[in-house]
Design a protein around this ligand. Structure first.
Ligand SMILES: Cc1ncc(COP(=O)(O)O)c(C=O)c1O
Length: 371
């Protein structure tokens, strides 16, 4: 058996639709056309925000939101359990990263530690819905941020379709930032989406992605220095195709996750990071935290030898990545709980094309290796 950690899916009929669309695109507009507009409309409707602005990556949406809300020199609280993009977006925007612990229950920000890290300099908090896990703590975090007038940014790179009751990730904070890289829930090759209910932010984003151009004028005036971070028409068509299938993608992923939950929950040497209500997560990947007595790298190697790809999302933690560590002279021990959890976690594969049978095979091996 060969089980990949991620596997984007475009079936025969998706491909036929795509080729027909490309024919049209090639003889009209390659960028800034009707398909991007359609994808944005459909995505904002699906997520439940008034506005959605498509960009070339999630990193660009993060940079855009940070430059709209934050003055240089301020601080941004974020987890260290995240991708380098969060660090680079904060630092490249002239802001200082302040790392907070994560919770061992959901792998997202530990609210009590966030409270301790808030200072007069805090401009924003970035919550990463890790592996798609939308925790109930988001309500508390939103309250804290509101009270202290701190901007709340949701990194939804993993979390398309995660929801609490009918409210989806990307609608809780001042802005949601999504990624459509090929390893994500939906893919456009490269791509990202900013979701918000703030009209001013949406207008700023539109201008920002057009190098700071005043989009209300029909001639070229640039009011500030923005970027060129637009989505192409071909990427948008991929997004439209993928979004049509989101329900089935999530259903399949959640079936896989439920299988892991059922077959691993009695293993006392590991904890599986999944919510009670499976709809709270998009099941991007399924993290487990294993007991100290096992060697994680040996287990990963053995799984790979049986055809199972796994991942360490994320290791090392962001404050110990050389690019960040060397800038601020961060040392091991800065956030010990996160460091410990991330030294013992393994992300199990989950994607829309994976079968329950394959998940059972993974569990059988895990239970054999970790006992
Ligand atoms: C949590 C998180 N945030 C942001 C990003 C950046 O996404 P992109 O590659 O679309 O810029 C990623 C990508 O893997 C991610 O995992």
């Amino acid at each position: 058996m060969q089980i990949k950690i991620a596997s984007p899916e475009f079936n025969r009929s998706d491909r036929t639709f795509l080729y027909r669309k490309i024919e049209n695109i090639l003889s009209s507009k390659l960028s800034m056309g009707k398909n991007v507009e359609e994808f944005e409309k459909k995505f904002s409707k699906y997520i439940g925000t008034k506005f959605a602005v498509a960009m070339n990556s999630c990193t660009s949406t993060l940079e855009c939101v940070l430059s709209f809300y934050s003055k240089r020199g301020k601080e941004v609280i974020l987890p260290s359990q995240t991708f380098i993009a969060n660090g680079s977006a904060v630092i490249n925007s002239g802001l200082k990263p302040v790392f907070s612990e994560i919770s061992s229950k959901h792998f997202c920000l530990d609210i009590n530690d966030v409270k301790k890290k808030i200072s007069k300099k805090t401009a924003a908090v970035i919550i990463v819905h890790m592996s798609g896990y939308l925790s109930y703590d988001i309500f508390k975090l939103r309250e804290i941020c509101k009270k202290k007038k701190i901007v709340l940014i949701e990194d939804c790179a993993h979390a398309v379709g995660s929801q609490i009751k009918d409210k989806k990730a990307g609608t809780f904070g001042d802005a949601g930032c999504f990624s459509f890289y090929p390893t994500k829930i939906l893919t456009t090759g490269e791509g990202g989406m900013l979701t918000t209910n703030n009209k001013k932010l949406a207008e700023f984003a539109r201008s920002y992605q057009n190098r700071g151009r005043d989009i209300k004028k029909n001639y070229e005036v640039y009011n500030f220095l923005g970027r060129n971070v637009r989505m192409t028409e071909i990427s948008a068509v991929l997004g439209i195709i993928q979004l049509k299938k989101i329900k089935i993608f999530l259903k399949n992923r959640r079936q896989v996750a439920n299988t892991y939950k059922k077959l691993l929950k009695s293993n006392k040497f590991l904890n599986i990071i999944l919510p009670k209500d499976i709809k709270q997560t998009s099941c991007w990947k399924i993290p487990i935290v294993i007991n100290k007595k096992f060697n994680r790298d040996v287990i990963i190697k053995k799984l790979l030898s049986k055809g199972i790809e796994t991942d360490k999302a994320y290791y090392p933690p962001l404050h110990l990545q050389p690019a960040v560590k060397n800038l601020y002279n961060f040392k091991k021990g800065l956030i010990p709980k996160t460091e410990d959890l991330l030294s013992r976690h393994i992300c199990l594969p989950s994607h829309q094309s994976m079968s329950v049978q394959e998940a059972k095979y993974v569990c059988k091996l895990i239970n054999k290796l970790i006992k």
